[in-house]
Design a protein around this ligand. Structure first.
Ligand code: NDP
Length: 295
């Protein structure tokens, strides 16, 4: 079997276009654009790239982007004070504090100061709790993007066996909650799981969010399984040359799976597209408007 490729890039572009198409009605109703504030602390090069591309994507979709760059000497109190100002700012619908934060700044404490209604990353415990009990919530962008790709590929997920490998608060756990809401039978695997290949082999849906290059191989998969590879790992492929790979060994997995996301071009582009979507949804909720359809 040669797996179908799940084109996250194309899905993300279409989602961004749907967000852009919904913005004018919001502007018409409120007299302002939906706004996202992105807070970057320190000089981490990868974070700088992410923040720049988030800002560009916002502007391209017609949203307002407010960037706040702070030095890595910023104290927890200073950062929390900025978040409080953004909480009170009417022009700001979403607040994203780019992680990781410099040593000495408590990420959990900073995230807990974000107004849950503006928590477009979905990392606040109030949103995590709402998701867990099945209430309306802002859901972390990457797992929500994975769910969109799965729904688009498979339609109804009800009754399917899903294995999520990884249990982080930003990917694995919310992914498991979302799949449970879709009536999947969900197994969450992690570093202490016994016989991981055997666990993965039971799954109709595999979501890999481990951070270990090409760990999940084709011979671990049930034939026809749908594989969502969240991993982004840079590996050395020769003198001074590197390549991005996922947590799944694409070559062998694509011989067995029914469908698979590539890396790059699978889950990665979905994260920013869902961030735009979450910002628009948060803006509508704050303005007392019904959520835009088709997002
Ligand atoms: P974390 O490091 O926070 O979590 C990794 C998880 O994998 C942990 O639960 C850990 O288990 C588990 N794990 C580690 N080793 C093994 C193993 N040998 N067998 C089984 N499970 C194992 O990572 P994240 O969730 O933040 O990210 C996962 C991957 O997804 C990374 O490659 C990251 O770069 C990528 N990513 C991609 C995004 C995108 O936009 N596409 C966004 C976010 C992340 P335990 O809990 O027991 O330690």
């Amino acid at each position: 079997m040669t797996a179908a490729i799940i084109d996250g890039k194309a899905y993300a572009e279409a989602l961004r276009a749907r967000v852009a198409a919904a913005v004018p009605a919001f502007v018409e109703a409120t007299g302002r654009k939906p706004g996202l504030a992105v807070v970057l602390v320190g000089e981490d090069p990868a974070s700088q790239v992410y923040v720049r591309s988030k800002g560009k994507a916002m502007v391209a979709a017609g949203l307002e982007s407010f960037e706040h760059k702070l030095p890595d000497t910023t104290t927890q109190e200073e950062l929390s004070a900025l978040v409080e100002r953004l909480n009170a700012d009417e022009a700001v619908d979403g607040i994203l504090v780019q992680l990781p934060l410099p040593k000495g700044v408590d990420e959990k404490a900073v995230i807990s100061t974000i107004d849950p209604a503006k928590d477009v990353d979905g990392f606040h415990v109030i949103n995590a709790g709402r998701l867990a009990v099945g209430e309306e919530a802002l859901v972390p962008c990457t797992p929500l993007g994975c769910l969109m790709l799965l729904r688009d590929r498979l339609g109804d997920l009800s009754g399917l066996d899903a294995v999520v490998v990884g249990r982080s608060n930003i990917v694995g756990k919310p992914m498991a909650q979302l799949l449970l809401q879709e009536n999947c039978t969900v197994t969450v695997a992690h570093s202490r799981t016994r016989d991981l290949p055997g666990v993965v082999r039971r799954a109709d849906i595999v979501v890999a969010a481990v951070g270990r290059p090409q760990m999940i191989r084709g011979d671990w998969l049930k034939p026809g399984a749908t594989v969502i590879d969240v991993g982004i790992n840079r590996i050395q492929i020769g003198e001074g040359k590197t390549r991005l790979v996922g947590d799944v060994e694409f070559e062998s997995a694509s011989e067995v799976a029914g469908a698979i996301t590539p890396v790059p071009g699978g889950v990665g582009p979905m994260t920013i597209a869902v961030l735009l979507r979450n910002t628009l949804v948060a803006a509508h909720a704050r303005a007392g408007l019904p959520a835009p359809e088709g997002l």
